[in-house]
Design a protein around this ligand. Structure first.
Ligand SMILES: [Zn+2]
Length: 305
Protein backbone atom coordinates (compact mmCIF):
# COMPACT_ATOMS: atom_id res chain seq x y z
CA UNK A 1 0.00 0.00 0.00
CA UNK A 2 2.77 2.30 0.99
CA UNK A 3 4.61 1.39 -2.18
CA UNK A 4 1.50 2.16 -4.26
CA UNK A 5 1.09 5.55 -2.64
CA UNK A 6 4.72 6.32 -3.30
CA UNK A 7 4.27 5.25 -6.88
CA UNK A 8 1.19 7.46 -7.20
CA UNK A 9 3.05 10.39 -5.69
CA UNK A 10 5.89 9.78 -8.09
CA UNK A 11 3.42 9.67 -10.97
CA UNK A 12 1.82 12.91 -9.83
CA UNK A 13 5.26 14.42 -9.49
CA UNK A 14 6.19 13.15 -12.95
CA UNK A 15 3.00 14.57 -14.48
CA UNK A 16 3.68 17.83 -12.69
CA UNK A 17 7.23 17.95 -14.03
CA UNK A 18 6.03 17.16 -17.55
CA UNK A 19 3.42 19.91 -17.33
CA UNK A 20 6.04 22.37 -16.10
CA UNK A 21 8.35 21.31 -18.94
CA UNK A 22 5.55 21.82 -21.50
CA UNK A 23 4.79 25.23 -20.02
CA UNK A 24 8.45 26.23 -20.33
CA UNK A 25 8.62 24.78 -23.85
CA UNK A 26 5.41 26.55 -24.79
CA UNK A 27 6.77 29.80 -23.43
CA UNK A 28 10.00 29.35 -25.37
CA UNK A 29 8.12 28.55 -28.56
CA UNK A 30 5.80 31.51 -28.21
CA UNK A 31 8.92 33.60 -27.59
CA UNK A 32 10.33 32.37 -30.88
CA UNK A 33 7.05 33.20 -32.59
CA UNK A 34 7.10 36.72 -31.19
CA UNK A 35 10.64 37.25 -32.51
CA UNK A 36 9.80 35.76 -35.91
CA UNK A 37 6.78 38.05 -36.26
CA UNK A 38 8.90 41.19 -36.08
CA UNK A 39 12.47 40.53 -37.18
CA UNK A 40 14.76 43.31 -38.31
CA UNK A 41 16.34 42.63 -41.68
CA UNK A 42 19.13 44.76 -43.17
CA UNK A 43 19.97 44.69 -46.89
CA UNK A 44 23.31 46.09 -48.01
CA UNK A 45 22.71 47.51 -51.50
CA UNK A 46 25.30 48.97 -53.88
CA UNK A 47 24.40 51.15 -56.87
CA UNK A 48 26.10 51.67 -60.26
CA UNK A 49 28.72 48.89 -60.22
CA UNK A 50 31.38 51.40 -59.17
CA UNK A 51 34.94 50.07 -59.01
CA UNK A 52 35.40 51.32 -55.45
CA UNK A 53 32.77 48.81 -54.30
CA UNK A 54 34.87 45.77 -55.13
CA UNK A 55 36.82 46.20 -51.88
CA UNK A 56 33.77 44.96 -49.96
CA UNK A 57 34.00 41.51 -51.52
CA UNK A 58 36.49 40.16 -49.00
CA UNK A 59 34.84 42.07 -46.13
CA UNK A 60 31.42 40.56 -46.87
CA UNK A 61 32.97 37.10 -47.23
CA UNK A 62 34.76 37.39 -43.89
CA UNK A 63 31.43 38.10 -42.16
CA UNK A 64 29.53 35.49 -44.18
CA UNK A 65 27.16 38.23 -45.37
CA UNK A 66 25.72 38.87 -48.83
CA UNK A 67 24.83 42.14 -50.53
CA UNK A 68 22.88 43.28 -53.59
CA UNK A 69 24.73 45.01 -56.45
CA UNK A 70 22.59 47.03 -58.88
CA UNK A 71 24.61 47.52 -62.05
CA UNK A 72 24.37 49.33 -65.39
CA UNK A 73 25.48 46.27 -67.32
CA UNK A 74 26.91 47.81 -70.55
CA UNK A 75 29.02 50.17 -68.46
CA UNK A 76 30.86 47.36 -66.65
CA UNK A 77 34.47 47.14 -67.83
CA UNK A 78 33.92 50.34 -69.88
CA UNK A 79 36.22 52.55 -67.79
CA UNK A 80 38.06 52.43 -64.48
CA UNK A 81 35.05 54.08 -62.84
CA UNK A 82 33.21 50.75 -63.08
CA UNK A 83 33.86 47.25 -61.91
CA UNK A 84 34.83 44.73 -64.53
CA UNK A 85 32.58 41.85 -65.52
CA UNK A 86 35.16 39.58 -63.91
CA UNK A 87 34.88 41.42 -60.58
CA UNK A 88 31.09 41.22 -60.71
CA UNK A 89 31.35 37.50 -61.43
CA UNK A 90 33.53 37.13 -58.33
CA UNK A 91 30.96 38.87 -56.18
CA UNK A 92 28.20 36.71 -57.66
CA UNK A 93 30.20 33.51 -57.14
CA UNK A 94 30.43 34.43 -53.44
CA UNK A 95 26.63 34.46 -53.20
CA UNK A 96 26.01 38.18 -53.64
CA UNK A 97 23.00 39.27 -55.68
CA UNK A 98 23.25 41.10 -59.02
CA UNK A 99 20.34 43.34 -59.93
CA UNK A 100 19.64 45.91 -62.65
CA UNK A 101 19.88 49.72 -62.67
CA UNK A 102 19.06 50.42 -66.38
CA UNK A 103 21.56 50.17 -69.21
CA UNK A 104 23.03 53.67 -68.97
CA UNK A 105 21.73 55.11 -65.71
CA UNK A 106 18.72 56.71 -67.35
CA UNK A 107 16.53 59.21 -65.53
CA UNK A 108 13.47 57.13 -66.40
CA UNK A 109 10.52 59.52 -65.90
CA UNK A 110 12.37 62.19 -67.90
CA UNK A 111 12.89 60.26 -71.12
CA UNK A 112 10.77 58.81 -73.91
CA UNK A 113 8.74 55.87 -72.51
CA UNK A 114 9.87 53.45 -75.24
CA UNK A 115 13.48 54.33 -74.50
CA UNK A 116 12.84 54.02 -70.76
CA UNK A 117 11.49 50.52 -71.27
CA UNK A 118 14.55 49.57 -73.37
CA UNK A 119 16.83 50.92 -70.66
CA UNK A 120 15.19 48.65 -68.07
CA UNK A 121 14.36 45.55 -70.13
CA UNK A 122 17.45 45.30 -72.34
CA UNK A 123 19.80 45.78 -69.38
CA UNK A 124 18.02 42.89 -67.68
CA UNK A 125 18.26 40.74 -70.82
CA UNK A 126 21.98 41.57 -70.98
CA UNK A 127 22.43 40.36 -67.39
CA UNK A 128 20.48 37.18 -68.13
CA UNK A 129 22.65 36.60 -71.21
CA UNK A 130 25.72 36.90 -68.98
CA UNK A 131 24.38 34.15 -66.73
CA UNK A 132 22.91 36.24 -63.91
CA UNK A 133 19.43 35.89 -62.43
CA UNK A 134 18.31 39.51 -62.04
CA UNK A 135 15.09 39.88 -60.07
CA UNK A 136 15.77 43.17 -58.24
CA UNK A 137 15.96 46.65 -59.70
CA UNK A 138 16.95 50.09 -58.39
CA UNK A 139 15.89 53.42 -59.93
CA UNK A 140 18.75 55.63 -61.16
CA UNK A 141 18.66 58.90 -59.17
CA UNK A 142 15.87 57.23 -57.16
CA UNK A 143 13.57 58.73 -59.78
CA UNK A 144 10.36 56.94 -60.78
CA UNK A 145 6.70 57.36 -61.63
CA UNK A 146 3.66 55.07 -61.63
CA UNK A 147 4.28 54.40 -65.35
CA UNK A 148 7.92 53.54 -64.69
CA UNK A 149 6.93 51.17 -61.88
CA UNK A 150 4.82 49.24 -64.40
CA UNK A 151 7.71 49.09 -66.87
CA UNK A 152 9.98 47.61 -64.22
CA UNK A 153 7.38 44.99 -63.41
CA UNK A 154 6.73 44.21 -67.09
CA UNK A 155 10.46 43.81 -67.75
CA UNK A 156 10.41 40.95 -65.24
CA UNK A 157 11.72 42.48 -62.03
CA UNK A 158 10.17 41.41 -58.73
CA UNK A 159 11.05 44.60 -56.86
CA UNK A 160 12.42 48.10 -57.28
CA UNK A 161 14.34 50.06 -54.68
CA UNK A 162 13.96 53.82 -54.57
CA UNK A 163 15.99 56.24 -52.52
CA UNK A 164 12.87 57.52 -50.77
CA UNK A 165 13.32 57.96 -47.05
CA UNK A 166 11.27 55.97 -44.57
CA UNK A 167 9.07 59.00 -44.04
CA UNK A 168 8.65 58.71 -40.30
CA UNK A 169 8.47 54.92 -40.24
CA UNK A 170 11.27 53.06 -38.42
CA UNK A 171 11.66 50.62 -41.31
CA UNK A 172 10.19 49.48 -44.60
CA UNK A 173 7.44 46.95 -43.98
CA UNK A 174 7.81 43.28 -44.89
CA UNK A 175 6.42 42.80 -47.44
CA UNK A 176 6.94 46.42 -48.54
CA UNK A 177 3.92 48.69 -48.86
CA UNK A 178 4.88 49.06 -52.53
CA UNK A 179 7.29 46.43 -53.81
CA UNK A 180 8.13 48.74 -56.79
CA UNK A 181 8.96 51.68 -54.53
CA UNK A 182 10.98 50.15 -51.72
CA UNK A 183 12.20 52.80 -49.29
CA UNK A 184 15.75 52.90 -47.97
CA UNK A 185 18.28 54.62 -45.74
CA UNK A 186 21.58 56.18 -46.79
CA UNK A 187 24.83 54.28 -46.36
CA UNK A 188 26.92 57.43 -46.81
CA UNK A 189 25.68 59.08 -43.64
CA UNK A 190 27.57 58.45 -40.42
CA UNK A 191 28.17 55.02 -38.95
CA UNK A 192 26.22 56.10 -35.87
CA UNK A 193 23.17 57.09 -37.90
CA UNK A 194 23.11 53.69 -39.66
CA UNK A 195 23.38 51.91 -36.31
CA UNK A 196 20.71 54.13 -34.81
CA UNK A 197 18.34 53.30 -37.67
CA UNK A 198 18.77 49.58 -37.05
CA UNK A 199 18.40 49.96 -33.28
CA UNK A 200 15.28 52.04 -33.74
CA UNK A 201 13.73 49.34 -35.94
CA UNK A 202 14.74 46.61 -33.49
CA UNK A 203 13.06 48.43 -30.63
CA UNK A 204 9.90 49.38 -32.52
CA UNK A 205 8.55 46.24 -34.11
CA UNK A 206 11.29 45.42 -36.60
CA UNK A 207 11.05 45.68 -40.38
CA UNK A 208 13.33 45.96 -43.39
CA UNK A 209 16.18 48.42 -43.75
CA UNK A 210 17.73 48.53 -47.22
CA UNK A 211 20.92 50.61 -47.01
CA UNK A 212 22.13 52.44 -50.13
CA UNK A 213 25.88 52.54 -50.77
CA UNK A 214 27.70 54.14 -53.71
CA UNK A 215 31.46 54.49 -53.18
CA UNK A 216 33.57 52.72 -50.59
CA UNK A 217 36.60 54.96 -50.20
CA UNK A 218 38.03 57.82 -48.16
CA UNK A 219 36.05 60.77 -49.48
CA UNK A 220 36.43 60.00 -53.19
CA UNK A 221 32.89 61.27 -53.78
CA UNK A 222 30.02 62.98 -52.01
CA UNK A 223 28.30 59.61 -51.65
CA UNK A 224 31.14 57.64 -50.13
CA UNK A 225 31.50 55.43 -47.09
CA UNK A 226 34.93 54.62 -45.68
CA UNK A 227 36.08 51.04 -45.68
CA UNK A 228 36.61 51.34 -41.92
CA UNK A 229 33.01 52.46 -41.34
CA UNK A 230 31.66 49.73 -43.61
CA UNK A 231 33.62 47.06 -41.73
CA UNK A 232 32.60 48.53 -38.39
CA UNK A 233 28.95 48.46 -39.46
CA UNK A 234 29.19 44.77 -40.34
CA UNK A 235 30.91 43.99 -37.02
CA UNK A 236 28.11 45.80 -35.23
CA UNK A 237 25.41 44.06 -37.32
CA UNK A 238 26.92 40.70 -36.48
CA UNK A 239 26.65 41.56 -32.78
CA UNK A 240 23.02 42.52 -33.30
CA UNK A 241 22.20 39.00 -34.55
CA UNK A 242 21.65 38.13 -30.87
CA UNK A 243 18.67 40.52 -31.04
CA UNK A 244 17.27 38.86 -34.15
CA UNK A 245 18.86 41.17 -36.74
CA UNK A 246 19.79 39.46 -40.00
CA UNK A 247 21.48 40.63 -43.19
CA UNK A 248 19.77 39.44 -46.38
CA UNK A 249 19.89 40.28 -50.06
CA UNK A 250 16.89 42.06 -51.58
CA UNK A 251 15.98 38.89 -53.45
CA UNK A 252 15.98 36.94 -50.19
CA UNK A 253 13.58 39.44 -48.65
CA UNK A 254 11.26 39.72 -51.68
CA UNK A 255 11.34 36.10 -52.83
CA UNK A 256 9.59 34.87 -55.97
CA UNK A 257 10.86 33.15 -59.09
CA UNK A 258 13.18 34.75 -61.62
CA UNK A 259 10.97 35.93 -64.50
CA UNK A 260 11.66 35.14 -68.16
CA UNK A 261 13.56 37.64 -70.33
CA UNK A 262 11.52 40.48 -71.84
CA UNK A 263 13.17 42.46 -74.62
CA UNK A 264 12.44 46.16 -74.94
CA UNK A 265 10.32 47.24 -77.87
CA UNK A 266 11.60 49.03 -80.94
CA UNK A 267 14.70 48.33 -82.96
CA UNK A 268 17.07 50.82 -81.39
CA UNK A 269 19.49 49.73 -78.68
CA UNK A 270 19.31 51.69 -75.41
CA UNK A 271 21.02 55.06 -75.61
CA UNK A 272 23.67 56.41 -73.34
CA UNK A 273 21.97 59.30 -71.62
CA UNK A 274 24.17 60.27 -68.72
CA UNK A 275 27.65 59.82 -67.42
CA UNK A 276 28.85 59.02 -63.94
CA UNK A 277 31.51 61.32 -62.66
CA UNK A 278 34.11 60.73 -60.02
CA UNK A 279 33.51 64.06 -58.39
CA UNK A 280 30.14 64.31 -56.79
CA UNK A 281 26.98 62.48 -57.63
CA UNK A 282 25.96 61.67 -61.17
CA UNK A 283 24.55 64.57 -63.10
CA UNK A 284 21.07 64.05 -64.45
CA UNK A 285 20.67 63.36 -68.15
CA UNK A 286 22.17 66.33 -69.87
CA UNK A 287 23.49 64.75 -73.01
CA UNK A 288 22.58 61.92 -75.28
CA UNK A 289 25.21 59.80 -76.91
CA UNK A 290 24.49 56.66 -78.84
CA UNK A 291 26.77 54.06 -77.42
CA UNK A 292 29.46 52.59 -79.60
CA UNK A 293 28.71 49.09 -78.36
CA UNK A 294 25.54 47.66 -76.96
CA UNK A 295 26.92 44.40 -75.74
CA UNK A 296 23.53 42.81 -75.21
CA UNK A 297 22.88 42.83 -78.95
CA UNK A 298 24.64 41.34 -81.91
CA UNK A 299 26.94 43.67 -83.80
CA UNK A 300 24.52 43.49 -86.71
CA UNK A 301 21.79 45.27 -84.78
CA UNK A 302 23.93 47.48 -82.55
CA UNK A 303 24.33 50.91 -84.03
CA UNK A 304 27.94 52.04 -84.13
CA UNK A 305 29.15 55.61 -84.25
ZN1 LIG B 1 22.82 54.95 -59.66
Amino acid sequence: MLELKTLRRRRVAAVGLAATFLLILGGALSGVRVMAASPTVVSLTFDDGRATQYVVRSILASYGMHATFYVNSPLLSSSNFYMTWQQLQGLYADGNEVGGHTAYHADLPQIDPTEAQRQICDDRVNLLNHGYQPSSFAYPYGDYSVAVESMVQNCGYNSARSTDSLGGAVAESMPPQNVYAVRAISGSSSLASMENAVTSAEQNGGGWLPVVFHDICNGCSSVSTTQADFSAFLTWLQQQSANGVTVQTVQQVIGGAVQPAVQGTGREPPMRTAAHTRSGFMSRATRTVITSCWCGRTSATARRR
